[in-house]
Write a protein that binds this ligand. Structure first.
Ligand code: NAD
Ligand code: DAU
Length: 337
């Protein structure tokens, strides 16, 4: 099987590639049918794309890297040809950046997805796996979203992801394309760009600095280790029904205050290191996914509990200063309030 992974140099896409190619330490894909004969990574290498994320599999002869933009129709057409499956991760992914400037979000997330879908249609790609997010549903005070819940995104990021989800599903309905959509909760783990809350807080604390907690710190997120997200995507790639949406979640909800308390403890720091700052505009209060469908249909369950996963993640950032220090030095500030 020849698999094209867009955004394969980013946080989650690179975990997927490492898993497919069974990098040392990875448990690998769930089914031998998924073992790829070739994996192509198409990545623009924006600020969050990093070839070092693929270092553990760099010498695998099955891996090919193409630096390019998913909006480049000619390039996409050439790259998509000859692949059986596309797993589409490439996106602008940070909510705060979408508040500062929405244009790249609409361009990459909506137009880029449409460009890929058109190429997949022309070349008869067997399956298109569209990787999306729980944020497309907006915010939920109580209970959990099922896959049929109406979309009500609040940020430019989530609105652009909702647009891309609808396009992907429309290509299934209109053209009969084999499309599956996954929607996942908040991921954490190694190689996450240090702008998202967990790597930002951990690296600031390891550097002896402070951490900016938005608003009252009462916003709730459901945390899932990136490897469990990728295991879920592999199951959907292999066994998901065409035209369907599948939730992938961790079932481990924490308020930002609870998460911060945990990270402070893991980094031997106290509450004096926490600076309350102006809230994010349009800040979603709570995300919560019902994952019954993927559990019952595909046998999915998260395998890494939060305490173990967070402990390993903090240790990874302790051990990999050489990975994150240059990224923080070149980081462009994102505006929250
Ligand atoms: P990331 O920002 O770490 O990685 C995105 C990757 O896409 C980078 O390698 C970047 O270079 C690449 N890219 C961006 N624009 C591109 C373009 N125009 N052409 C080609 N490549 C481009 O993001 P991530 O956290 O790994 O998220 C990956 C996907 O998973 C996204 O679609 C995101 O919406 C989704 N998702 C993320 C989370 C999360 O918690 N991080 C949760 C659910 C879903
Ligand atoms: O739910 C899935 C989504 O999770 C993905 O689709 C997104 O790509 C991913 O970025 C993430 O979005 P969030 O906005 O939930 O993640 P972020 O890490 O930016 O923020 C998590 C929570 O922490 C949120 O309530 C805002 C808060 N926060 C964030 C930052 C960066 C702070 O309090 N301080 C901060 O400095």
């Amino acid at each position: 099987m020849r698999i094209l992974v867009t955004g394969g140099a980013g946080f989650i896409g690179s975990e997927y590639v490492r898993m497919l190619l069974q990098a040392p330490g990875s448990t690998g894909p769930t089914d031998p049918h998924l073992e790829p004969s070739a994996v192509t990574v198409l990545d623009k290498l924006t600020y969050s794309g990093n070839l070092q994320n693929l270092a553990p599999v760099r010498d695998d002869p099955r891996l090919r890297l193409v630096r390019g933009d998913i909006c480049d129709q000619a390039l996409v057409d050439e790259v998509v040809a000859g692949h059986d499956v596309i797993v589409h991760f490439a996106a602008e992914s940070h909510v705060d950046r979408s508040i500062s400037g929405a244009a790249p979000f609409v361009t990459t997330n909506v137009l880029g997805t449409q460009t890929l879908l058109d190429a997949a249609l022309r070349h008869g790609t067997h399956r298109f796996v569209h990787v999306s997010t729980d944020e497309v549903y907006g915010s939920i005070d109580e209970g959990s979203w099922t896959e049929t819940w109406p979309l009500a995104p609040n940020s430019p990021y989530s609105a652009s992801k909702a647009g891309s989800d609808l396009l992907a599903l429309a290509y299934h309905r209109t053209h009969g394309m084999d499309v599956v959509v996954t929607r996942c909760s908040n991921n954490y783990g190694p190689y996450q760009f240090p702008e998202k809350v967990i790597p930002l807080f951990v690296t600031n604390l390891l550097d002896g600095g402070t951490v900016p907690l938005y608003g009252d710190g009462g916003n709730i997120r459901d945390w899932l280790h990136v490897h469990d997200h990728c295991r879920g995507i592999a199951m959907v790639q292999e066994k998901g029904r065409a035209g369907e949406v599948y939730h992938i979640g961790g079932g481990t909800e924490l308020s930002n205050k609870e998460l911060t308390a945990w990270l402070l403890q893991a980094c031997d720091a106290g509450w004096d290191r926490v600076v309350p700052v102006t809230d994010r505009k349009g800040h979603d209060r709570r995300y919560s996914l019902d994952i019954s469908k993927i559990r019952l249909e595909l046998g999915y369950a998260p395998s890494i509990d939060l305490e173990r996963g967070l402990t390993q993640t903090v240790q990874w950032y302790r051990d990999h200063r050489a990975w994150w220090e240059p990224l923080k030095a070149g980081i462009e500030p994102a505006v929250a309030g």
